[in-house]
Design a protein around this ligand. Sequence first.
Ligand SMILES: [Zn+2]
Length: 239
Amino acid sequence: MKPSESTVVLGSRSRSLGRVLASSLIVLLGAASVSVPFSGLVSCAGPGLEISSVAPTDDPLVEIVSADPRIRVRTVYATADNFVGEVLYPVSRTFIRSSAMERLSRVQDRLEAQGLGLLVFDAYRPWSVTKRMWDVVGDPDFVADPSKGSRHNRGMAVDCALVNAEGRPLPMPTAFDAFVPEARSDAALAVPELAKNRDLLIEAMAAEGFRVLSSEWWHFDADGWETKGLLNVPLETLP
Ligand SMILES: [Zn+2]
């Protein structure tokens, strides 16, 4: 990527270094958003990470409800009813990379053949929101370390569950973002229906190249996520 005032590099040699860098970077990112130039690439030790605040033109971010109105979306982070307890998104809109969107539509096809559908809670997440989650929770078991970035920041992860043909959510092992042992994607569950619904979602997603996260039944990474860059494009600026 060409160095520009919209690009920063974040080192990841150690967590403490990452935290220090992350706190200074948010200032730089803020500066970029008001068009105050800075040196472009902030060079750090180690194989740094680049974060772009420009919407990608290659494999662009698309809004899920526009791309496939059959898929239900509940943008949890646009409300205060989430694990952070504050409104994290200024608009109630959910985006994902175009290539992952095509696959998500095929998952919906598969589910509709069984009288079911997808309910999406989150997909693309600006890097600054991952940073905010880290500042509040600060536990790598629960939130992504911003010095590494999240697959959500790449627009290549989706958090979702199942609904029936009428749009009613199916019972799942836990609530979304419930950080408990039963949230593990392979947790043994006392109620067979919960395991059946969870496994049905995991199988439908896997068939189209989405891999479930072992610690969260609702989180899926699209194959090829590592080829997409980290983004800090504000949701309210996306078309
Ligand atoms: Zn997730």
